[in-house]
Design a protein around this ligand. Structure first.
Ligand code: UGA
Length: 439
């Protein structure tokens, strides 16, 4: 099939290459010339394991290309909208101008029988409004909503092997046409027996925001338990293991620590609350405000803990911050809890050295006031405290004995409950973590 993908960020770039991998003829379109240039040269503009290979492989087939010109979407019959929906400045609501702009631009190239497929995370009600717009300008063109559940760090795997497909379809015969086109796009995935849920637009839109809200709630639940563990001397990691054995609860997304960040969960729960308010159903989601509060409190607690171990004052203390991306295997620093803590420590007088295996350049570009070094060893040089704030494998595998020779004080704060506490304490480190007793 001939497919266009509008927006080539994490979602769109991976989606475009994945659709080419499935055998389609794909053009990825983005207004950012530099990004298009990079992608066209088989270079990923962001860190995503496996993506460089996929890009090189699919570009080499000739089935994938990138362009800044919307007119290049003209020959395609299916058009995926993959642009961002960031939080509006000073408001909880999502900024919808990119989605709106993408669909309006598509109106010039759409023809009868074409299908516009929304993948962006949007406030419920968006698809119905966009479908009406498409129908009014290009009668005979259709719209479906097909949310995406990919995680950064697993984007390629999640796109090519999703755990479910959700189709938000128009009613009646148009729905049958849209379903048939989507089934053709995803034939390889559908034939594998991947579960498929077909629904109206509103349900499909809500599946995405509900899923992210549930995940955020699960993380904040365990972090609330961590607060109680701190008050009682209990151990949140053991608690998570024990409740996680219950299948109904499950151990995934019960890792207590610095909490959630990134370009999705924080802004999605806020946009969901804002939309509920507009619909007069704000009471249903007031709990998400508490989820957000618990999450933000973890960052404050981490700074307090750092002050505590630095004998009550951060002034002039050398602090090594290991990890700055919002999660491992990503260079994404959007709303990163790690970076937030690093910045607060510096503002409160600490001499902070930040390191991250992938996010270094992004920090230098966006946070020029922070000192970034290349390795954990450089960061730890003569440090009064070492904070592990993103659980990269390299940091989990550090040798605490050798690492201990670099620092001034063997104090480690495990912001993600990711280190082997026994190994670090055996090597003479004072170990602290959120929700666990001092070791
Ligand atoms: C999230 C969802 O997991 C995806 O399903 C969704 O498609 C995506 O948002 C999106 O909306 O596009 P992502 O933002 O890549 O994916 O990151 P997650 O793996 O969900 O992690 C989010 C944050 O939660 C990270 O900061 C991570 O460190 C934190 N986290 C995760 C915890 O603090 N504890 C956990 O147990 C798990």
């Amino acid at each position: 099939m001939k497919i266009s993908v509008i927006g080539c960020g994490y979602l769109g770039a991976v989606h475009a290459a994945s659709m080419a991998e499935l055998g389609h003829d794909v053009v990825g379109i983005d207004v950012d010339e530099a990004k298009v240039e990079w992608l066209s040269r088989a270079k990923a503009p962001f860190f995503e394991p496996g993506f460089d290979d996929l890009l090189a492989r699919t570009l080499a087939t000739g089935r994938l290309r990138f362009s800044t010109d919307f007119a290049d979407a003209a020959g395609s019959s299916v058009h995926f909208v993959c642009v961002g929906t960031p939080q509006k400045r000073g408001e909880y609501a999502a900024d919808m101008r990119y989605v709106q702009g993408a669909v309006e631009s598509l109106l010039d190239v759409l023809k009868v029988g074409d299908l516009v497929v929304g993948k962006s995370t949007v406030p419920v009600g968006t698809a119905a409004a966009l479908a009406a717009l498409v129908e009014s300008k290009v009668p005979g063109a259709l719209l479906a909503w097909n949310p995406e559940f990919l995680r950064e760090g697993f984007a390629v795997q999640d796109t090519l092997h999703p755990d479910r497909l959700v189709y938000g379809l128009p009613a009646g015969a148009d729905g049958d046409t849209a379903r048939a086109l989507l089934d053709e796009v995803y034939a390889t995935i559908v034939d594998r027996g991947t579960p498929k849920v077909e629904s109206d637009y509103a349900t499909a839109e809500m599946v995405k925001t509900a899923a992210n809200s549930f995940l955020a709630t699960k993380i904040s639940f365990i972090n609330a338990m961590a607060e109680l563990c701190e008050a009682t001397g209990a151990d949140v990691k053991l608690l998570a293991d024990a409740i996680g054995y219950d299948d109904r609860i499950g151990r995934k997304f019960l890792n207590a620590g610095l909490g959630f960040g990134g370009g999705c969960l924080p802004k999605d729960i806020r946009a969901f609350m804002a939309r509920a308010g507009e619909l007069g159903a704000d009471q249903a989601l007031t709990f998400l405000r508490e989820v957000d509060n618990i999450n933000m409190r973890r960052r404050i607690r981490m700074v307090e803990l750092a002050r505590e171990v630095c004998d009550g004052s951060l002034l002039g203390k050398r602090v090594a911050v290991l990890g700055a991306a919002f999660k491992p295997d990503s260079d994404d620093i959007r709303d990163s809890p790690a970076l937030n803590v690093a910045a607060q420590l510096q503002l409160q007088g600490a001499v902070v050295q930040v390191t991250d295996p992938a996010a270094g350049d992004n920090i230098r570009r966006n946070w020029p006031q922070l000192d970034v070094v290349d390795t954990p060893e450089q960061a730890a040089h003569r440090a009064d405290a070492v904070l592990v704030l993103t659980e990269w494998k390299q940091y989990r595998e550090l040798d605490p004995a050798a690492f201990g020779k670099l620092v001034k004080q063997k104090r480690v704060l495990d912001g993600r409950n990711a280190l082997d506490r026994e190994a670090w304490t055996a090597a003479g480190w004072a170990y602290r973590a959120l929700g666990r007793r001092a070791g």
